[in-house]
Design a binder for this molecule. Structure first.
Ligand code: FMN
Length: 250
């Protein structure tokens, strides 16, 4: 069984950070292939492997994708803006201008997946919502592959961003990239060298999230606790959306 030093592994797991602006320096094709190879080995329910990836390097296509994202962001801005100030997502404190910083990343990996692979899931999962049901299982499978893309990128000393694609602009993206109707696009992962210093990020402590033998009910969080938690979370995350360049795109 292959083995890597756990402290070495933890180092890049901890150092992996979402970066939202990139240097334009190219990423070699063999590096991209290794990153994709890592994703190929992701675990999936019933080994369904719903993922497919589109590697986009063409600057015109990258600009079109980033512009679609910017248009989407401006359209949803007012919805998030309507939330009470201290619960508002930290990426929505100001309406950004220009093009999202991720446009500069020399490579985008567009994560597509085929929901018809539900068919591989055991029948009981349809009936008893195993793993949250077939749709959830499919999404977890896609997320596993996406996480491995990020970890492998970090292992190559590069940075990445998790850019969500929602159904409101997925159709336009599918047309642009020629993706068949049956498949879905979930995420864009721009990769490249970071354009700014890796920010710190908050994580809950192990002692807050790990229980031994039984759930420690004294640590159960009430509704009020969760609201307070999100308020605090927003405060800790805000600095991550401020870049030296002044852009605030998320
Ligand atoms: C399901 C999911 C969706 C996300 N969507 C976005 C996104 O659309 N834009 C973005 O900039 N970051 C996005 N992120 C990145 C998170 O904001 C980021 O992982 C989190 O703030 C923790 O920071 P870290 O990745 O640096 O540890 C997403 C992450 C996940 C797992």
């Amino acid at each position: 069984m292959a083995k890597i030093e756990i402290d070495e592994f933890l180092k890049f797991v901890r150092e992996r950070r979402t970066i939202r602006n990139f240097k334009t320096d190219p990423v070699p094709d063999d590096t991209v292939e290794k990153i994709l190879e890592a994703a190929r080995w992701a675990p999936s329910g019933a080994n369904a492997q719903p993922w497919e990836f589109i590697v986009v390097k063409d600057p015109q296509t990258r600009l079109k994708i980033a512009t679609l994202y910017a248009d989407y962001w401006r359209a949803i801005y007012d919805i998030e803006k309507s939330r009470v100030e201290d619960l508002k997502h930290q990426g929505f404190t100001t309406l950004p201008t220009g093009t999202p910083g991720f446009v500069n990343a020399p490579v985008f990996i567009v994560v597509c997946a085929d929901p018809r692979t539900y068919l591989a899931t055991v029948l009981i999962a349809y009936l008893c919502d195993g793993e949250g049901g077939p749709k959830a299982t499919y999404l977890k499978n896609v997320a596993n592959a996406t996480t491995l893309l990020h970890l492998a990128t970090a292992a190559c000393g590069l940075a990445s961003q998790w850019v969500s694609v929602d159904r409101s602009w997925e159709g336009k993206l599918k047309s642009l990239l020629g993706v068949p109707h049956e498949l879905e696009i979930h995420t864009i992962v721009p990769i490249g060298r970071p354009a700014y210093k890796r920010p710190g990020v908050y994580r809950r402590k192990l002692k807050e999230i790990v229980h031994h033998e039984q759930y420690d009910i004294s640590r159960f969080r009430s509704e009020e606790d969760i609201v307070a938690y999100v308020r605090q979370l927003r405060k800790t995350s805000r600095p991550n959306y401020k870049r030296p360049s002044g852009d605030t795109w998320a």
